[in-house]
Write a protein that binds this ligand. Structure first.
Ligand code: PEP
Length: 250
């Protein structure tokens, strides 16, 4: 059975005090009676305190990125071991902002995924087409290639620690959302790609989240689609009321 998941990517927002305030508000407001996993991804410097703060709650903590190497002379970078050592078990990889502003390629994201899995971490693997790809009718090809180049090297047994997050780049932070039908069409396609490569068990069990301007107003309809197993939320995850409303729509 696949998991329903609502995850908030806080990006480069919230200092230490603001992080604590938002976590407290989420502890108060997130539903406790739904069968879903809730995840927040604060900045690196606030991960350790967030893990401690959220102990004994139904909210877990993810990092927004990590380096693929075990350790070494990589100034400014953070390793899987460092994340695990402060209690972080999940990492977001391949976010479109990492791909576009920091030049992350499918092959680099594949390496990061390998390292994260080696450390028994769960990977929220982000991918999705740009607007020009969709206009050119290439969106299915692009998405299939991202999956192949980023994840086809992962062994079937390790897929229980992969969460897919389909995030059409044109919908991220733009206020423009894929329609529920567009999301379902792509999620079904993604599940079929996974099915062809890894078989029914992996395809049926993998959670596929939708990301791109999800808000309290559109969450319920998007989440109602059969192949949408939750959401990766950016802007709306920074407001406790909005994130709680989205979480309640799962
Ligand atoms: C994201 O950054 O992953 C995202 C989905 O952002 P937003 O919800 O703001 O579009």
């Amino acid at each position: 059975m696949r998991q329903k998941i609502v995850a908030g990517n806080w990006k480069m927002h919230k200092n230490a005090e603001e992080t604590e305030d938002l976590l407290n508000a989420l502890i108060d407001k997130l539903p406790t009676d739904v069968e879903a996993q809730f995840i927040v991804a604060p900045t690196f410097v606030n991960l350790a305190s967030a893990v401690q703060h959220l102990e004994f709650t139904n909210i877990s903590v993810a990092a927004q990125n990590m380096h693929q190497a075990e350790a070494g002379a990589f100034t400014g970078e953070i390793s899987a071991d460092m994340l695990k050592s402060v209690g972080v078990e999940t990492v977001i990889l391949g976010h479109s902002e990492r791909r576009s502003y920091f030049g992350e390629t499918d092959s680099l994201i594949a390496d990061k995924t390998t390292t994260a899995l080696k450390h028994d971490m769960t990977v929220i693997f982000c991918f999705g087409e740009e607007l020009k790809d969709r206009k050119d009718g290439k969106h299915f090809n692009i998405v299939e290639n991202q999956l192949r180049d980023g994840l086809f090297h992962v062994q079937a047994k390790d897929w229980e620690r992969i969460v897919l997050a389909y995030e059409p780049v044109w919908a991220i932070g733009t206020g423009e959302t894929a329609t529920p039908e567009q999301a379902q069409e792509m999620h079904q396609f993604i599940r079929d790609v996974v099915r062809n490569q890894f078989g029914n068990n992996v395809a049926d069990d993998v959670s596929i989240l939708y990301g791109g301007s999800v808000k309290p107003e559109n969450a319920k309809e998007i989440f109602s689609k059969p192949d949408v197993d939750g959401g990766l939320i950016g802007g709306a995850s920074l407001k406790a009321d909005d994130f709680a409303a989205i979480a309640s729509a799962i």
